[in-house]
Design a protein around this ligand. Structure first.
Ligand SMILES: Nc1ncnc2c1ncn2[C@@H]1O[C@H](COP(=O)(O)OP(=O)(O)OP(=O)(O)O)[C@@H](O)[C@H]1O
Ligand SMILES: [Mg+2]
Length: 215
């Protein structure tokens, strides 16, 4: 049986695809892994994967797409037979497919950047998760700090405010604000295949933490 990891956030540009592609690439080096792009027709993960395949057709990572919750359920059932990990890249809204991701995932990762808009979006998402718990009690979700600038006053203040406002467990792993993440995404790479040791360490730490949680 696969372990399913849903990357969800309801605001656009909240780095879902960055987390999904990096995590999927890292996990695929450790175990059999599929990435499912559920944000169709935009398909950031799908485009990233096409670039990746063009450079390395023997890459171990598999890709599927799901346009709507029925396709998602079918894809997860199909991949469940053969994959250790399935990573789901969600759309930026609370849609049927997003609710299906809440139901199917063994772990939800909620990327959160240091901006008020992302905090508000997260509050909405956590309400939706609470609602979903009426149907499925065990939903394991973790906030993951992204584009984190530990040295800026606004980020430090905002993360303190978030701890007051949002009562949710957090991953220890974070992605800092690094060009490596945007450059690697644009080239079909994960940031740990890029020439930035800090980004590489962050991707590695995320993969290890996720494997540990799901073990
Ligand atoms: N840690 C980071 N440091 C710097 N830039 C980043 C980081 N993470 C993501 N980005 C950039 O931020 C932008 C948005 O990221 P991404 O596409 O992952 O978000 P998304 O939530 O999937 O967006 P969409 O709503 O378009 O699906 C991209 O250009 C990406 O390269
Ligand atoms: Mg995306």
């Amino acid at each position: 049986m696969s372990k399913v990891i849903g990357i969800v956030q309801v605001k656009g540009g909240a780095v879902r695809s960055t987390v999904a592609t990096n995590l999927a690439a890292m996990l695929s080096r450790e175990a059999s892994t599929a990435l499912v792009d559920c944000d169709m027709p935009q398909g950031t993960s799908m485009s990233w994967y096409a670039l990746r395949q063009a450079q390395n057709p023997d890459d171990d990572l598999a890709l599927a797409t799901a346009d709507g919750y029925k396709q998602l359920v079918d894809q997860v059932q199909r991949l469940n037979q053969s994959k250790d990990y399935i990573v789901l890249d969600a759309p930026p809204r609370i849609a049927e497919v997003t609710r299906a991701i809440l139901m199917l995932s063994d772990l939800l990762i909620i990327p959160l950047g240091a901006s008020a808009a992302e905090v508000w979006a997260t509050t909405d998402l956590l309400e939706t998760i609470e609602e979903a718990k009426k149907k499925r009690q065990q939903i394991d979700y973790r906030i993951m700090w992204n584009r984190y600038r530990a040295y800026t006053k606004s980020a430090v203040e905002l993360s303190a405010a978030v701890h007051d406002e949002i009562d949710a467990p957090e991953l220890a792993s974070r992605f800092g604000h690094r060009v490596a993440f945007s450059d690697a995404l644009a080239c079909g790479k994960s940031a740990d295949e890029w020439h930035d040791p800090s980004a590489k360490a962050e991707v590695d730490a995320l993969g290890r933490e996720v494997m540990e949680i799901l073990s």
